[in-house]
Design a protein around this ligand. Structure first.
Ligand code: FE
Length: 164
């Protein structure tokens, strides 16, 4: 049987942007994603506790989506939950994540997704620290970390454009 040719990437991109047209669900792992990232972000998987790259990381910086690179979490909101997963008391911005009811595995939980690409990040629980009461329990494999040391310095006062 003859198979249909794959749609060109440009056409897929146009379809993804068209109103009322759902973006095609990828069925094979994108070359840009590691197997662990694919498992968590696109298959809604969960990494084993104490196995990920960031559960015990304390360096200042931001955590971006492992796929679309949206800034999702900031190290200043990270805390040690003792669970073995990176834990934050809030997202970097409320608009950067989407919360979705999740009734899988006989549990009622709130899934945390990347608002931009829909990637599965983890879940949020109401047993967080007193600051917000929230515990965003996130897979390391869904994130990439950008340390502050690699971020461009903000312009110094008096050196930037647009001063009055
Ligand atoms: Fe994303």
């Amino acid at each position: 049987m003859k198979t249909l040719p794959a749609l060109p990437a440009l056409l897929l991109a146009v379809l993804a942007e068209a109103p009322g047209v759902a973006a095609p669900v990828p069925t094979t792992r994108a070359a840009s994603l590691s197997a662990d990232a694919w498992h968590c972000l696109r298959m809604k998987g969960t990494e084993r506790p104490f196995s990920g790259a960031f559960w015990d990381q304390h360096e200042p910086g931001v955590y971006r989506c492992g796929d679309c690179r949206t800034v999702l979490f900031d190290s200043k909101h990270k805390f040690d939950s003792g669970t073995g997963w990176p834990s934050f008391d809030r997202p970097a911005a409320s608009a950067s994540v989407r919360l979705v009811a999740d009734r899988s595995y006989g549990m009622v939980r709130t899934e945390v997704q990347c608002a931009r690409c829909g990637g599965h990040l983890g879940h949020v629980f109401d047993d967080g620290p007193a600051t917000t009461g929230q515990r965003y329990c996130i897979n390391s494999a869904s994130l990439v970390f950008v340390p502050d040391s690699l971020r461009p310095e903000p312009p110094r006062p008096g050196k930037g454009k647009g001063r009055s």
